[in-house]
Design a binder for this molecule. Structure first.
Ligand code: SPD
Length: 292
């Protein structure tokens, strides 16, 4: 009998994966965590029936999430990743030779363990000696820590349930406070096709909090709408690439210096979404996925 995993991406929109094997299924105190071996996208990590990452297309998301802020910083030494327990973002962070310390704060130990066991190509850098793993709530950590970072990356699940706080103004203020001078922050901020309101609200908040704000895009085939957005706030640097010569060492499959610049060239409907003038609601409160 054929087995299919189907993500209900939006009202009236589903994405289906033919499954060869169910490698892991577990329920933590936070969520359901599954790893499937799929016919088309290889092994895939799902949380609460939403695709987090797949072996075939993960490089797009992780390279763009990480290398855009890292290459916009003159010398990132201390980097924090909130979420991202699969290790994909950390793998890209430690490719930068300037990094001395990479800190992963992930709330769910089960995500880390399942990824270590079933997604070794994604999670391999969790064993890098520069990496420290804290299992805990990133929101609480940033509220209370006196640690400071050059780059802070938020690799969250969708803004539903517990992750809603990772899209809230208070959280972004804690992020800014934890940046070293010249620091840069990036958050994954969902699909412009389905989260216009959220992306617009975050634009308003980032413009208030950070001296420099940019939005950039990448194409992730297994995420809703395929077009994915990343919101970047910087204390000082423009967001443009600062040292293209650092690129060769990264061994990328998607990110290039040209793409760094091109990813910030936005389609008109996305430009309209982040215009400065319209009144906006409050991110982290107003946005819910009605069908979930
Ligand atoms: N719609 C799913 C968005 C998930 C973004 N984060 C995924 C984590 C991969 N490291």
């Amino acid at each position: 009998m054929e087995l299919w995993f189907t993500e209900l991406q939006e009202k009236g929109l589903r994405l289906g994966f033919k499954v060869k094997d169910v490698l892991f299924k577990g329920r933590s105190q936070y969520q359901e965590v599954c790893v499937y071996d799929t016919v088309t996208y290889g092994r895939a990590l799902m949380i609460d029936d939403v695709v987090m990452t797949t072996e075939k297309d993960e490089f797009v998301y992780h390279e763009m999430l990480v290398h855009v802020p890292m290459m916009a910083h003159p010398r990132p030494e201390r980097v924090l990743v909130i979420g991202g327990g699969d290790g994909g973002a950390i793998r890209e962070v430690v490719k930068h030779p300037s990094v001395r310390f990479a800190h992963l704060v992930e709330i769910d130990q089960m995500v880390i363990e399942a990824s270590r066991k079933y997604l070794p190509q994604i999670s391999l850098a969790l064993a890098d000696p520069r990496v420290k793993i804290t299992v805990g709530d990133g929101i609480e950590y940033l509220k209370t820590t006196s640690d400071r970072y050059d780059v802070i990356i938020v690799d969250s699940t969708d803004p539903v349930g517990a992750a809603t706080g990772l899209f809230a103004e208070d959280f972004y203020r804690s992020v800014r406070n934890a940046l070293r001078p010249g620091g840069i922050h990036v958050s994954q901020t969902e699909s412009p096709w389905f989260y216009q309101e959220l992306i617009g609200q975050i634009a308003g908040v980032f413009r208030k909090i950070f001296p420099v704000y940019s939005l950039y895009l990448a194409t992730v085939p297994t995420y809703p709408g395929n077009m994915w957005s990343f919101s970047m706030g910087s204390l000082e640097h423009s967001g443009d690439i600062v040292a293209p010569d650092r690129y060769a060492a990264l061994g990328c499959k998607y990110y290039t210096p040209e793409l760094h610049a091109a990813s910030m060239v936005l389609p008109k409907f996305v430009q309209d979404m982040i215009k400065e003038d319209p009144p906006r609601g409050v991110p982290g409160e107003a946005v819910e996925r009605p069908h979930k």
